[in-house]
Design a binder for this molecule. Structure first.
Ligand code: IFG
Length: 533
């Protein structure tokens, strides 16, 4: 059997066989054999096989053993211990894994994993004597630990000691992601969100094995990152936001902190400087950037499409080179997102001139360009990635680019835009792309959604959260949960596991965890939430 995705029903039958029951309806077995949690992991694992009657119990003597000689494995062990210690009250010491392999406790090993799990996958084995996570790379160990968290009772996420017992259902999971790019986007330009909020969001997206955080750092209403060679961008351009608040910006050290915080959770930061449109904050900060040398006022409204960098002025490209050079130097990840959307105030020929030069500048700084899919209206570099944000299932320009080798990140606005209202009663958000409840977020296939853009052209998925109407962490969490886990599952799990009834049950099982974690999620009426949610 290939690893490539065992239909849940088959997995259920495997559970029946394993449990020795016969004749029981598969769904009954599903509930009985794995009522603990092996079947409630989200995203759905590629293969999950329960071992009936086997349970591992974490106790006061449980030790975490990390791959000897791996600082990354030790750090992941530390992150796991930091979850277990407060809620269990146990010491949960960490030690180097003995070369003889796991004897007891929880082992995080960088050997013995199946090749097909790749760099981000893992194998998790739970017996009554030990829990063993095996991976080829630390990212896989981290993913395995996120799964392990979900196999423990929700109370394990508590910051204070809870009664337990701390049991994990026996079995084996062999798991690896479908797509390489599994992302969330946070617009910190319309409303500025402080580092603490970004870090909390990183914690939350890591729970569901997302590995990209795209930060929308500049727009008409605000510039959110300090640039030493153009200091007014942040100081003046970052001094307000939608609605006229005080805005704010990240110092370069704060940006480094965000990058580092994401990195130890195996999340790559993708910074976006939107251009040539969505640039009022920059144009307001430096008169010389404007074609008429007159700086517009700061803008605190929510219109789009009225601004453009001056394509004909050479200072524009000096500006790009210096700004993108500083941001590239601060960003270990391979991508620089240059936006390109809604350039209504830039002529088509100017747009092409601009994008030709902008892409060259990004490449000169050693980074790969990402752009909203509008960018394919200009000639794109072979490596340039297009982020599709349309509401249609066909787009001739994107299809042509894909068939010419361009990779596509799927963010169809009517399925992934987390700033869309759930329904007409949702206070926050907009609805220009339609209302999006959980079934809309879940009910599509990124690898077969856009005509002519097949699985091999799709780099992955990303859920943008625009903040015209979003101001606080509570607002972010209300819009992201429970829809973001749907996008996370589409990015990670094989399509063979795609099943609304199963997803609904597994999503509902996250409710009690979010309750313990204090995540301010929307209790969608489409989800069957268990008690304690
Ligand atoms: N479209 C704009 C965003 C934002 C969004 C709000 C893109 C690529 C509408 N561009 O989405 O700046 O205003 O839903």
């Amino acid at each position: 059997m290939t690893i490539g995705g065992v239909p849940l029903l088959l997995t259920t039958v495997m559970l029946a066989v394993t449990s020795g029951l016969s004749g029981a309806a598969a769904s009954d077995v599903q509930q009985e054999a794995t009522s603990a949690s092996l079947a409630s992991v989200l995203p759905a694992p590629v293969v999950a096989t329960a071992t009936q009657g086997v349970t591992y119990r974490i106790t006061t003597t449980t030790t975490i053993y990390a791959q000897a000689g791996s600082a990354a494995a030790a750090d992941i062990a530390g992150q796991l211990a930091a979850i277990l210690r407060p809620s269990t009250g146990y010491p949960v010491p960490i030690a180097a894994a003995p070369s003889s392999g796991p004897a007891d406790g929880i082992s995080l090993l960088l050997s013995g994993a199946p090749t097909e799990v790749g760099d981000e996958g893992y194998q998790l084995d739970v017996t009554d004597a030990s829990i063993v996570v095996r991976a080829n790379q630390p990212a896989g160990l981290f993913a395995g630990v996120q799964t392990l968290r979900q196999l423990l009772p929700p109370a394990v996420e508590s910051a204070s000691v809870q009664p337990g017992p701390w049991e994990v259902a026996g079995g084996q999971i062999v798991d690896h992601p479908r797509f390489a790019h599994r992302g969330a986007m946070l617009d910190v330009a319309r409303h500025f969100l402080p580092v603490s909020v970004v870090k909390r969001y990183i914690d939350e997206i890591a729970l569901y094995k997302l590995n990209r955080l795209h930060l929308h750092l500049s727009d008409d209403q605000g510039w959110r990152i300090a640039v030493n060679s153009w200091p007014n961008l942040a100081i003046y351009g970052g001094s307000t936001e939608v609605g006229g608040g005080t805005g704010g910006y990240y110092t370069q050290d704060e940006y480094r902190q965000i990058v580092a915080y994401a990195a130890v959770r195996y999340i790559t930061i993708v910074p976006e400087i939107d251009m040539p449109g969505h640039t009022n904050a920059a144009l307001a900060s430096y008169a010389e950037l404007n074609c008429d040398n007159v700086a517009p006022k700061l803008y605190t409204g929510t219109k789009v499409g009225f601004s453009s960098l001056c394509v004909s002025k050479e200072i524009t490209y000096t500006f790009l080179d210096q700004v993108l050079g500083e941001i590239a130097a601060l960003t270990p990840g391979p991508y620089l997102h240059i936006g390109g959307d809604e350039a209504s105030s830039t002529t088509a020929s100017d747009y092409t001139t601009f994008m030709n030069r902008a892409q060259q500048i990004v490449a000169a700084h050693g980074k790969t360009v990402v752009g909203w899919h509008d960018i394919v209206n200009a000639p794109v570099l072979p490596s340039t990635v297009a982020q599709f944000w349309g509401t249609t299932t066909s787009n001739a320009a994107v299809t042509a680019a894909a068939q010419n080798g361009t990779k596509v990140v799927m963010s169809p606005a009517n399925h992934t835009y987390l700033d869309m209202k759930y329904n007409s009663r949702t206070r926050l958000g907009q609805h220009w792309a339609g209302y999006i409840d959980v079934q809309d977020a879940y009910g599509w296939d990124p690898g077969a959604y856009l005509a002519g853009v097949g699985e091999t052209s799709v780099l992955g998925v990303e859920a943008p959260l625009w903040t015209e109407t979003i101001e606080t962490l509570a607002d972010v969490e209300y819009m992201a949960f429970p829809r973001l886990p749907a996008i996370a599952e589409l990015g990670w799990s094989p399509m063979s596991t795609h099943d609304w009834a199963s997803f609904n049950q597994r999503l509902g099982a996250q409710g009690p965890r979010w309750h313990v974690m204090g995540i301010n999620y929307y209790h969608s009426t489409q989800v069957s939430w268990p008690t304690g949610s």
